[in-house]
Design a protein around this ligand. Structure first.
Ligand SMILES: [Zn+2]
Length: 134
């Protein structure tokens, strides 16, 4: 197996572009074709994104972040105002849903870009070709 020299990629710059939904390679093309569906290839530079393996990482980080924020706010509100239970439910359930929807896509874009920047999985030109799932 021949080892090729790969150019270094700025991980944080790539993750920023991914979080904005843009191709980390050209910073112009779209990374997503749907709300969470990653394009197979960039529509501007043709970079192949079919190799990404974001899997459960985006929901994991979304739950981690939203959970810590919302639980902190719930405890603060309970200690400070002692509101009725229905007030908690009216505030925190929609806030949790809204924050989850707001965070999920940027986090997924950042993770796909992280994999791209670090030549992970099929983004590595030296990697073995993937065996298609049956
Ligand atoms: Zn591109």
């Amino acid at each position: 197996m021949a080892i090729t020299t790969k150019p270094g990629r700025n991980v944080f710059a790539a993750m920023r572009q991914g979080a904005l939904g843009r191709c980390p390679n050209c910073q112009k093309g779209k990374l997503f074709s749907g709300f969470l569906t990653v394009c197979d290839t960039c529509n501007v530079c043709g970079e192949n994104y079919s190799h990404h393996r974001a899997d459960d990482a985006p929901p994991y980080f979304t739950i981690f972040i939203v959970g810590h924020l919302v639980v902190s706010l719930v405890i603060w509100a309970e200690v400070t105002f002692r509101p009725e239970l229905w007030i908690h439910m009216v505030i925190w359930i929609p806030l949790t849903i809204a924050m989850s929807l707001a965070f999920l896509r940027p986090i997924k874009g950042a993770i796909v870009a992280l994999q791209w920047a670090n030549y992970m999985h099929g983004f590595d030109p030296d990697s073995e070709p993937e065996i298609p799932a049956e």
